[in-house]
Structure formats: structure tokens, C-alpha cells
Design a protein around this ligand. Sequence first.
Ligand SMILES: Nc1ncnc2c1ncn2[C@@H]1O[C@H](COP(=O)(O)OP(=O)(O)OP(=O)(O)O)[C@@H](O)[C@H]1O
Ligand SMILES: [Mg+2]
Length: 512
Amino acid sequence: MADALLELRNISKSFPGVQALDDVSFSVCPGEVHALLGENGAGKSTLIKIMSGAYPSDKGEIWWKGQRIVYNDPLHALELGIGAIYQEFNLVPQLNVAQNILLGQFPTTRWGSVDNAELHRQASDALKQFDFHLDTRLLVSQLNIAQQQIVEIAKALIRDLRILIMDEPTAALNNVEIAHLFEVIRKLKARGVAIVYISHRLREIFEIADTITVLKDGKLVGTKALSEVTEDSLITMMVGRTLADRYPPKDTVQSEIILKVEHLSLDGALNDVSLQVRKGEILGVAGLEGQGQRDLVRAITGAVRTTSGAITVDGERQAIHSPHDAIRSGIAYIPDDRKNEGLVLMRSVRENIALPSLFARLRSLFMVDEPNEQRFVRQLVDRLGIKASSPMQVTRNLSGGNQQKVVVAKWLGTNPKVMVVAEPTRGIDVGSKSEIHHLMRELARQGVGILMVSSELPEILGMSDRIVVMSRGQIVAEMSGAEATEEAIMSAATRGISSTVSQSVFASASSG
Ligand SMILES: Nc1ncnc2c1ncn2[C@@H]1O[C@H](COP(=O)(O)OP(=O)(O)OP(=O)(O)O)[C@@H](O)[C@H]1O
Ligand SMILES: [Mg+2]
């Protein structure tokens, strides 16, 4: 293309045991939003790391404004105006927000020391310019994932970029923040900045992209204008087949209560929350982000101590003061912050998957049944399509989505009575997403009670037998999965307790 800003030609890249990219060409023009799509492990992150100079390629050429270039160091691309926000954040937890945003370019005083007042002024200007609100004095270690994402974005925006590359920037953002990010993208686009955008959420692609490129198993499937594709044709390009039923059919719920939560309170975060999950039931917990959903699941699974309340599993009152207590009570937990809470990154796929099941077995037998463990791990790896060169591969080297699948697999294998899952398919590709949904439904059919927190409304609607909506640490509405609509959930979530919607659904829930 004549007016391409950046052009990658015939790029190949391999890691030990895997050809991550095989002869891939890709280009991006000024003012274009170019989405990069494909299944987990397809090679998307690897390709953008080559674009941004983080990795060298084994073969192929990079052209910048019509001239061949070779990056001589990781900062070279940034100097040209190519900035990237990676899937795994690149922030320094011990530094504050301002220091992270201006990392490497701190303003100095006449005497050569860091000018702190100026540092905070520049950082808050950058945040304000794009309408982000965040105290620049907070340490990054104090921020939640969404706030960290905002710091990453601001950090990229204060540099005068020609190309901004974003690897799943919305994975941790709520709907309001996503809408906000899209405003930022439109502003940049209007200034002629090119955007390379990776996401597994097709809705976003149709909202923001001009062009799409699909990778599969490290190979280029094709590049098309957005107007040339439909959701179905995109899925076919990515997965190689169509997906008939994206959500499994719902089933009858048994009458027996498996999880009972009564009057749970947690200082400032949860206020007298009571709920029940029946055997075979999937209870969806919806709401705007940060309304106590995370505290609720952490309280049930022993990750935080509650100030009051009671938890009963299968008729027995449980004292859950630690994650260990939760496992012993038959509660499995798939956390949303999988990097920190869910995985031992330096250990193999096999060890991670077998870990929680090992606990149970070690307790009873004091020995590990090797062939059985291998079979067990292999089944889960196959079922979820975990892409690893071998079960012995260190999880740190898996693609982002494949790491997530390992966390999900590890808990699906524990035969729990209750599963508490937070954002079960965040960062997971469309095909595997459907596979995880089917597995969850299968577990429910076997009698497991599932409590699922999700910020994706289609997932809440597609999966839940019953839905509760949280607002400001309380449950403000309850509705049956069959009756619920996105509008009803949203209006309950935003209007809170006084909502007439919530009252009418409370009434219909108790009469049905
Ligand atoms: N540092 C590394 N060492 C070894 N293998 C790697 C490394 N980085 C990536 N890989 C492998 O290269 C392949 C492509 O990974 P990549 O991260 O590019 O996938 P992706 O398309 O970004 O997937 P996702 O949607 O899950 O983020 C995967 O098989 C992955 O395991
Ligand atoms: Mg990736």
C-alpha cells in the first residue's frame, strides 16, 4: 500500500517448540483503526511486539513511511512514534501514578533534581486531556486493574504517537470506561494517529474498527474492510467453522439449596448480602463494576474476612477464614485477577492444573497417582483447547488467553459442590468461550451450584438461571434468567434500590 505508515512484510517468528508467526504481512495507515483478531495463541501479541520493537523477528521486513527500517533497540520504535500497551501491564508498582505516566522523562528543577510539582501537573494534565480522573499521588500497587489500564493508556498518550497499539485494552474496563476509551480512540484517529487494536469482543470490533486482520495458528487468514465482514463470517475466519449455539441450553434447577449466604457484611464494601444458590443452578451476579461483586466472591471464598454473616454449604454451616477453608468446604474459586491470584506462573501447565486436586488427594493418600494425573490434565487441556508446546511448558510463556484457560481448567477439575467464578471468559476467544460455557452448564447438570460474576451482559443473560444485581454493596434486584433483559439489568444497576424494575422483579420472583 502506498500510504501505509507501518508495513510488516513476511514476518516469521518462532519460540522453542512453537512457530508463533509464519510469513505474516500486515500494514496500517494514518487515521485507521486496524483490528487484529484470532484465537488464543494465534500470534497477535507476538506480532505487535515485533511492530513495537520488543521482539526481533526471525524473518521478514519492517517498512516505515515507505522505507525499510531495522530497530536497533526497544526504544527506537517509540522514538518513531510507535507506542504499545501490552496485555501484561508494564507498570512499576512501587511508583505513583505520575511517576509511571512520565517514566523516563521526569521534569527536573534547575538543580537537576526531579520537579515533583511539575511531574504531578503534567501527569494530571495528561489524564484530564482525555477526561480520566485518578489521583496522581496513588501508588500503582494501590490501584485496581481498571485504574492500572488507565495509567497505561495515559502513559502512551502523553507521548506524541503516530501509531498506538493496544492489546486487549478493554479486558478490565467497565462499559462506561470502554465508551470513554472509544472516545479517546476517535480523537486520536481524527488527529491522524493509526490504531492497532486487539480484542476478543466482537461487538467492540464492529463499533470501532475500519479494517480487520485475522491470524490463525501463526498464519495470516486475511485482511478485510469491516464493511466486508459479518459477525458470523469473522468467527468462521478465526475459528475455521461456524458456532451454532454459542450458549448451552438452560436446564431444570433442583430444589435443594447448595450455597446459602446470610447477612454478609464487609466494612465499606458489602452491606447485609444474602443469597442462595440451588444445586444445578447458575446464579449470575450483575452490576456496574466495583459495586461489591468482587468483595462478595472474595468473602465467600475466604480471600477476605467479613465483619459479619454466615455461609452454609450443602446444609452445613462453614467457618471460612482462608482460601484453604473454602476448598475444604467444597467451594472452588476462579478469580478475575488470574495473574496474581490464579496461577503459579513459573510452574508448568500440568502442575497448575493438578494443584488444587492434588491438595485433596495428598490429604487422603499422601501420594500422587501419576498416570491418573496425566490423563486428568490431558483431558482438560484437550477440552479447553489449551495451546502449549507440552503440559510441561511453563505457564508464563503461554499466550494471555491460554493462561486464563489454565486457571479455569484447574478449578473445573476439582469436583466442587459450589463454583464461584469471576469473569470466567475474560480474554478468551469466541470458540473456547463457548466451550467453557458448555463445561459450566455440564457441571451444573451434575449438581454443582455456580455463582458467576460477569460484567458482560450477554454472558449473564446467556448463562444465568437467575440473576441478582448489585449496587453499592447491596443486592438491589433479582430476576429470573428467562425474563431478564439487558435494559432491566442496567436500569436496576444504575437506579439502585428505589428502582421500580427491581420491585416488580422481586414480586415476580417470589410469586414464581
Ligand atoms: N516468550 C515466549 N516463549 C515461548 N512461547 C511463547 C512466548 N510468547 C508467546 N509464545 C507462544 O507463541 C504463540 C503465540 O502467542 P501470542 O501471545 O502471540 O498469542 P495471542 O494471539 O496473543 O493469544 P491471546 O489471545 O491468548 O493473547 C503461543 O503458542 C504462545 O504459547
Ligand atoms: Mg495476546
